[in-house]
Ligand binder design. Structure first.
Ligand SMILES: O=P(O)(O)OC[C@H]1O[C@H](O[C@H]2O[C@H](CO)[C@@H](O)[C@H](O)[C@H]2O)[C@H](O)[C@@H](O)[C@@H]1O
Length: 274
């Protein structure tokens, strides 16, 4: 996509048209970084990397960047290499932090005894669910367990997903189904809840003249079903961009990470510091 869809271009023009604080909140996997078999090798496309870094360094003070991911916070910081000043939301909202010149500044995550017990049970149950199932594997996070099936065959995938869903149901927890993943968190969270909270944090961090609360507009881009909760909390004047195929409540759609880069470059031009 060398040219923006005119409807999206209009939405971006209105997005930066007044004195609102602009929060550019981006999912990572599938949005800035193409999906790959091994999550430890994920990286932004060169165009996305360049656009993110340019946005962070050349726009005015009222343009803020956030990464909103299912990855745990340390992992997100490692893979996304967020520019200094970026807000970070990890584990679908269970973890938050900030990128500083000295590195990641994280809000400590504390689980209750009940949550810690549920996490241990989930780890045990999901590890058992993938035993003998080629290509299926389990990722352990601080507040969640993730079943990965990207490299598993159809039969093993169905069996492992059924076992993961059953493990979640036994504990009364929600199983979040994403792209070749089933994630079960012991902390009640979603990207939508996280984005609502982040909007309030940003309004507090960037007050208007005389400490007045400024309006915060959000641009959110994401590719997966778990991003739909974030699109659902967007408000008039915000911009929601679905990346890739699939049903969505977002008003706009682009094809891939390089198209997201085009959107960000467009924003850079529209909001460059004087
Ligand atoms: O919210 P996101 O930033 O999109 O993170 C969601 C999950 O991303 C990772 O899994 C996804 O990307 C992997 C690497 O490309 C891919 O192998 C997997 O199939 C995708 O679902 C990550 O591993 C998960 O922990 C995140 O929750």
């Amino acid at each position: 996509m060398s040219e923006l869809d005119p409807t999206l271009a209009d939405a971006l023009a209105s997005f930066g048209a007044d004195d609102a604080v602009l929060l550019v909140a981006l999912d990572f996997d599938g949005t800035l970084a193409p999906l790959v078999d091994d999550p430890t090798t994920s990286t932004m496309t060169p165009a996305a990397r360049d656009a993110v870094d340019t946005l962070a360094t050349t726009t005015a003070d009222h343009v803020l960047l956030a990464f909103v991911s299912g990855r745990d916070l340390d992992d997100l910081a490692l893979r996304a290499e967020p520019p200094v000043g970026s807000y970070l939301v990890g584990s679908h909202g269970a973890q938050t932090g900030h990128a500083t010149a000295d590195g990641l500044e994280a809000v400590p995550l504390e689980l209750t005894a009940e949550q810690a017990e549920a996490l241990a049970t989930l780890r045990h149950d999901l590890d058992a669910a993938v035993e003998g199932r080629d290509g299926a594997w389990v990722q352990h996070k601080p507040s969640a367990v993730v079943l990965h099936t990207r490299q598993a065959g159809t039969e093993d995938t169905h069996a492992a997903i059924a076992a993961a869903d059953a493990a979640a149901a036994r504990l009364g927890l929600e199983a979040m189904h994403g792209k070749d993943v089933v994630e079960i968190a012991v902390v009640h969270t979603s990207k939508g809840l996280a984005l609502d909270r982040l909007r309030d944090v940003v309004a507090h961090d960037v007050p208007g003249p005389d400490g007045a609360t400024r309006r915060v507009r959000v641009l959110y881009a994401g590719d997966d079903t778990t991003d739909e909760t974030a699109f659902a909390v967007l408000r008039p004047g915000d911009v929601g961009i679905k990346v890739g195929h699939g049903d969505t409540v977002a008003a706009h759609r682009v094809a891939d990470a390089d198209d997201v880069a085009t959107v960000l470059r467009h924003l850079v031009t529209a909001t460059a510091a004087p």
